[in-house]
Design a protein around this ligand. Structure first.
Ligand code: BEZ
Length: 253
């Protein structure tokens, strides 16, 4: 059964606090190398910034995301965007490529997602993406664990994210019928222009939502206090310890 995050997605808040996510997605689009006339599925399209970039190549792009507000924002760009969770893809042999940026680590179980991607591709079609990789946001995870443990909660159990190693993700891809052409861990320290509090508000509902309403703000402040000496530089800029897993694979059969 799909494990769905309790994250509330607001396209407006995302555009204000997380615009760096698609802005840093250029290298993944380059790895995709979309061609005019191709049919491409953008899996976890968010507000459609990268979908638009792919469509500019002349490819016909279908975009899917589980979050209605994000899909509405993508549709407002004139894109063919649909509300579909990655675990419930029902396309059949119709895409030359499936693309995904900063979304796969939210989608579990991976087997259901990969089966849907495999089915969606034409024979030999490519699957190109980037997601959080092993050790992604490790300092943030440790701080969340510490602050929630003080309250008797297990952050690991509450986490909606999965950040695999290249070995683990490569094995999942192969088990799902893909040939892996390229796979790498890419450390990418990432400035958070709106700061860590805004980042936590945008992405960490699964953790703070488990607390009584009155304790959410104090808990968030504790996380921020713990991380300030680690993730804030001497000029006051928050820099998160992002680690990407970037890959290109092909449907093998
Ligand atoms: C990421 O893209 O790595 C990410 C984004 C939000 C929360 C956790 C990880």
């Amino acid at each position: 059964m799909a494990e769905l995050s309790r994250q509330h997605w607001s396209a407006e808040r995302y555009a204000q606090t997380a615009h760096f996510v698609p802005a840093l997605g250029g290298p993944v689009v380059e790895l995709l190398a979309p061609q005019a006339g191709e049919r491409i599925l953008d899996l976890g399209c968010g507000d459609g910034v990268l979908t638009e970039m792919i469509a500019a190549s002349g490819a016909a792009v279908v975009a899917v995301d589980a979050a209605p507000d994000m899909v509405a924002a993508a549709c407002a760009r004139g894109l063919d965007a649909r509300i579909v969770a990655g675990q419930h893809l029902r396309f059949d042999g119709e895409f030359d490529a499936v693309f995904s940026n900063a979304a796969l680590h939210w989608m579990r179980p991976a087997e259901a997602v990969l089966a849907g991607v495999h089915r969606a591709l034409k024979a030999g079609g490519r699957f190109v993406g980037e997601m959080g990789g092993h050790n992604n946001t490790a300092a943030i995870m440790v701080a969340l664990r510490a602050v929630l443990a003080r309250r008797g909660l297990d952050a690991q159990r509450l986490s909606p994210w999965w950040f695999p190693s290249t070995a683990a993700w490569g094995a999942r891809l192969e088990a799902a019928g893909f040939t892996v052409d390229q796979i790498a861990i890419v450390p990418r320290p990432t400035p958070l222009p709106a700061g860590l509090e805004a980042w936590l508000d945008t992405f960490a509902d699964d953790f703070f939502g488990a607390l009584p309403q009155a304790d959410r703000r104090p808990a968030r402040a504790e996380v921020v206090d713990l991380l300030r000496p680690i993730l804030m530089d001497e000029r006051g800029t928050w820099i998160a310890d992002y680690v990407r897993l970037r890959f290109r694979a092909r449907r093998a059969d």
